[in-house]
Design a protein around this ligand. Structure first.
Ligand code: SAM
Length: 274
């Protein structure tokens, strides 16, 4: 007789405060056959805090493709597995999507045990429009690639969410202020749920200055939320100019301007000039 297939439980863990691990997450981690973890040493520390001893399998971006098949076979053989990451919700700027996709493709049950997630926690205390959101995760490390990623977001009207690390927060804020405009409202949520949690709000120019003058504000882990562009003429013109410059690399100026005006909704005349 075929064994009943097991479930892959995708379990959120705390983003700082150990009190945020839910009772259901604890119960799941206690009872699965094995736990797939991004960094087994880190997860073992978390588990030992709760007195949990389960076998761990290292699953990270470099071996996920390779391991997914083997883990699916274990699930098919009736084992139950949990997937965790170093912090927060797996798959959110963390490994796991290939394993989840493989398990779902094999018709296996994949069940969430939800909990902490840094950008959702930040959004919940930011006081920025929160019904529509674009999650951008980490920006590229290289300045040119980062600016290229930010440029098309200048006209985005939904709130933007970014993850950032201590060693790039200043550069990222500087690029955001240049590309989105220094007067755009934003929130920096730092070290959420931890001892030195701070949530700063203000304009991008203001936040850039506060982070520059206070070394403590450059320490730890960050979520940066930026209010979307107003759906106004300025945003349409900014987008039109961006498209005009990009299309102008490949098309004659008149065709580039016609297309950019059509796509952005900005008047064609407004696209010439600086
Ligand atoms: N899976 C996680 C989640 O659910 O949010 C995110 C993992 S990602 C690799 C780590 C990044 O999330 C950090 O660099 C930081 O930008 C953000 N982050 C994680 N914990 C945080 C915290 N306590 N406060 C602020 N940002 C945090």
């Amino acid at each position: 007789m075929q064994p009943r297939p097991g479930t892959l439980h995708v379990v959120a863990t705390p983003i700082g405060n150990l009190g945020d691990l839910s009772p259901r997450a604890l119960e799941t981690l206690r009872t699965v056959d094995a736990i797939c973890a991004e960094d087994t040493r880190h997860t073992r520390q978390l588990l030992s805090h709760y007195g949990i001893e389960r076998p761990l399998v290292a699953l990270h971006e470099h071996n996920e493709d390779l391991l997914a098949e083997r883990l699916v076979a274990r699930l098919q053989a009736g084992e139950s597995l949990a997937l965790v990451s170093d912090a927060g919700t797996p798959l959110v700027s963390d490994p796991g999507f290939r394993l989840v996709r493989a398990a779902r493709a094999a018709g296996l049950k994949v069940s969430p045990v939800p909990g902490a997630c840094a950008f959702v926690a930040a959004l919940s205390v930011a006081g920025l429009p929160s019904d529509r959101l674009v999650f951008e995760g980490f920006l590229p490390a290289k300045a040119s690639a980062r600016r290229e990623r930010l440029a098309p977001l200048a006209a985005e009207t939904r709130t933007l969410a970014f993850y950032e690390s201590a060693h790039r927060i200043e550069e990222a804020l500087a690029d955001m202020a240049t590309i989105f405009g220094g007067d755009r409202r934003a929130v920096i949520a730092r070290e959420l749920t931890k001892l030195f949690e701070t949530v700063l709000d203000g304009t991008l120019a203001d936040l850039q200055a506060r982070v520059a003058e206070d070394p403590n504000q450059r320490k730890g882990e960050f979520v940066v939320l930026v209010q979307g562009a107003g759906d106004d003429a300025d945003a349409r013109i900014a987008e039109g100019k961006r498209l005009y410059a990009k299309l102008g690399e490949h098309l004659p100026p008149s065709t580039a301007a016609k297309l950019a005006a059509e796509l952005s909704g900005a008047p064609r005349k407004a696209l010439y000039g600086s």
